[in-house]
Design a protein around this ligand. Structure first.
Ligand code: KG4
Length: 333
């Protein structure tokens, strides 16, 4: 079964063809990051316009790369939330038109379910149940993946996402957007204990997280140093931030897996590309006898293949949308 899949929730326009859920025949992605970089973050209106401009040509490319024609498509899948509403609407409306024109079923896909599903493409042996650590620019959560379409949140950030934390500290340091990767490069060789940054203490759910205090503390450090004309050890600050973010995420991911009784943990989302977090996860999972799945870097960020993959399992579960499908900025997993 070939699924034509669309992703446009933020600043990547992506179209893929996925066969039988696990095989990405193509994955055409156009990142707008350069366009938003001069503003230091994603400008929603620009994102929507760029999606409109790119989506038709990317669809042709995805079909050509896959070596299939429109007649070989069996269903259409699309991200319908959460994300930037204007950006999502472009993908949803294009997918609706495609499904209508081809006379094929339309499958709505949750963006974070898609991120989790990226692991199914990379690891053919991976099957639920497992614990997923979903860490991206807009979300940070621990998900109990009981089945391909049966999941619930064990804990999540109470404020900013981990990616937002990296991006905003990077901006204060004058690094380009998106800041996660440049922060990682800056952290090389830095002393991760030099700057004592705050660790959140959360009342209530022990698996919930917080990143806004850490973000503010690091940004204030940078601004204070600038105002006083003091030299900052930028590399050690970046390393200290990565250590603090990782400490917020990794012990909670292990605790959540244990709470669910799982011996399998999968990471997902753009921040799952982070070297420090990957290394800490590897060590912690090794110490706790947990099997770890870390998606290859191209599958960590937004892509269309992950939506086609999850779309397949939603299709098997009987999920369908009609032409009234809407997009949602916020959406329960
Ligand atoms: O999953 P994604 O591509 O888009 C969303 O769905 O949000 O994640 C983007 C986020 C950005 O905040 C970016 O800075 C972060 O992932 N990111 C990283 C790294 N690579 C990307 N954060 C930390 N370390 C990285 N190597």
């Amino acid at each position: 079964m070939n699924i034509l899949a669309f992703e446009s929730s933020c600043d990547e326009t992506a179209v893929a063809v996925v066969r039988d859920g696990r095989q990405a025949l193509s994955d055409a992605i156009l990142s707008q990051a350069d366009m938003h970089a001069i503003y230091g973050g994603v400008v929603p209106e620009i994102a929507s316009r760029r999606h409109v401009e790119a989506i038709a040509a990317l669809t042709d490319k995805a079909l050509a790369d896959a070596g299939v024609g429109k007649q070989d498509i069996d269903a259409v899948a699309v991200t319908y939330g959460p994300g930037l509403i204007g950006a999502l609407l472009v993908g949803v409306n294009f997918a609706k038109s495609a499904a209508y024109a081809l006379g094929k079923p339309l499958i709505p896909v949750h963006h974070l379910r898609g991120h989790i599903a990226a692991n199914y493409i990379a690891f053919p042996d991976l099957e639920p149940p497992f614990l997923a650590l979903c860490i991206s620019g807009g979300n940070s959560m621990l998900v109990d993946v009981r089945g391909y379409t049966d999941m619930s949140i064990m804990g999540c950030t109470r404020d900013d996402a981990a990616g937002e934390c990296f991006d905003k500290i990077a901006r204060a340091l004058g690094l380009p957007y998106p800041g996660g990767r440049p922060m990682q490069e800056l952290a090389e060789g830095g002393d991760d204990a030099k700057y004592p940054l705050p660790r959140a203490k959360i009342a209530g759910c022990a698996l919930d997280m917080s990143f806004s205090g850490l973000k503010t503390a690091a940004v204030n450090l940078v601004h204070n140093a600038q105002q006083k004309g003091e030299e900052l050890d930028r590399s050690s600050l970046a390393a200290s931030v990565a250590a603090a973010v990782s400490e917020e995420l990794v012990p909670r991911a292990i605790a959540a897996a244990k709470q669910c009784g799982y011996r399998t943990l999968a990471a997902a989302g753009g921040v799952a590309a982070n070297k420090r977090i990957r290394a800490d996860l590897e060590r912690a999972c090794g110490e706790n006898g947990i099997r770890l799945y870390l998606p290859p870097l191209p599958l960590c960020g937004d892509n269309g293949a992950m939506i086609g993959c999850q779309g397949y399992y939603e299709y098997l579960a009987g999920v369908r949308a009609d032409m009234s499908l809407n997009a949602y900025a916020n959406l329960e997993i």
